[in-house]
Design a protein around this ligand. Structure first.
Ligand code: FPP
Length: 245
């Protein structure tokens, strides 16, 4: 404080978050400031995602979950929705080639019933082809909503209860979590949201109960490795108590 010297961000490799979740916000504003279409902002956002995936891999992060398309995003203009769907399809189709040498397993969370058939097939293909990979798990949230995730788990649980697959006392935090779309994926240690908005916007509501939150004014297309490092350094400076002392 009181010094103009730039603080050097030193990452502690021994205390890396296991799971980082990102709300990649600000593509539209980034494009508007440049007189570009919103879709061009998303395209740039997609490029940035590739770089950040690579960096997470290099840093030894085990899970990265990104919010690509929410259940509420269908209400955007059709042209923008189409472009987002196309970008996600391209990403899924090209991911194996582009991430050559970087073992990345791809998983998709969200309501698949609402997605076009060809996208569901592509998701199944890429998930199957990368299922054996142990490196970074990239979890892409597509047609995802935290409330929808919880509701869906409730319905599954009700069905299991009705059909004697679970008893009332068997309903626990763990058995509930195992019915969420994120089953088997540990909860995020760090949630990053770009573009200055300070809210969850229906992302991983159950899963982020104890996550450290990091908000930055940087718009997603301007997000670089150094901003990721800043977020991790912030995380490493926090003391996580999980409700204890
Ligand atoms: C929010 O910015 C961003 C989105 C709704 C989409 C995020 C998608 C990508 C980064 C690229 C596509 C994803 C993949 C997996 C290839 P916004 O449009 O709400 O920005 P604004 O708040 O500035 O309008």
């Amino acid at each position: 404080m009181g010094s103009n010297k730039k603080k050097k961000t030193l990452l502690n490799p021994q205390a890396m978050p296991r799971h980082i979740a990102i709300i990649m916000d600000g593509n539209g504003r980034w494009a508007k400031r440049r007189g570009l279409t919103r879709s061009m902002g998303h395209r740039e956002g997609s490029r940035v995602l590739k770089k950040i995936v690579e960096e997470c891999y290099n840093l030894g992060i085990r899970y990265l979950t990104v919010f690509a398309f929410s259940c509420e995003n269908w209400s955007r203009p059709q042209e923008e929705v189409d472009q987002l769907l196309k970008l996600m399809m391209d990403y899924l189709k090209n991911s194996e080639n582009e991430l050559k040498g970087k073992p990345v397993r791809i998983r998709v969370i969200g309501d698949r019933a609402g997605l076009p058939d060809e996208m569901v097939s592509e998701i199944q293909r890429v998930e199957k082809n990368t299922a054996h990979i142990e490196g970074l798990d990239l979890v892409i949230a597509i047609n995802y909503g935290g409330r929808q995730d919880i509701l869906n788990a409730c319905r599954t649980l009700a069905d299991d209860y009705k059909n004697d697959r679970i008893t009332e006392s068997g309903i626990t935090i763990e058995s509930f979590a195992s019915r969420l779309w994120t089953a088997g994926i540990p909860e995020p240690d760090l949630l990053i949201r770009t573009s200055g908005e300070i809210r969850f916007s229906n992302f991983l509501l159950w899963q982020c109960a104890y996550s450290e939150l990091y908000f930055t004014d940087i718009l997603w297309p301007d997000f670089r490795k150094k901003h990721l490092h800043d977020a991790i350094v912030h995380y490493q400076g926090r003391e996580r108590r999980y409700g204890g002392l």
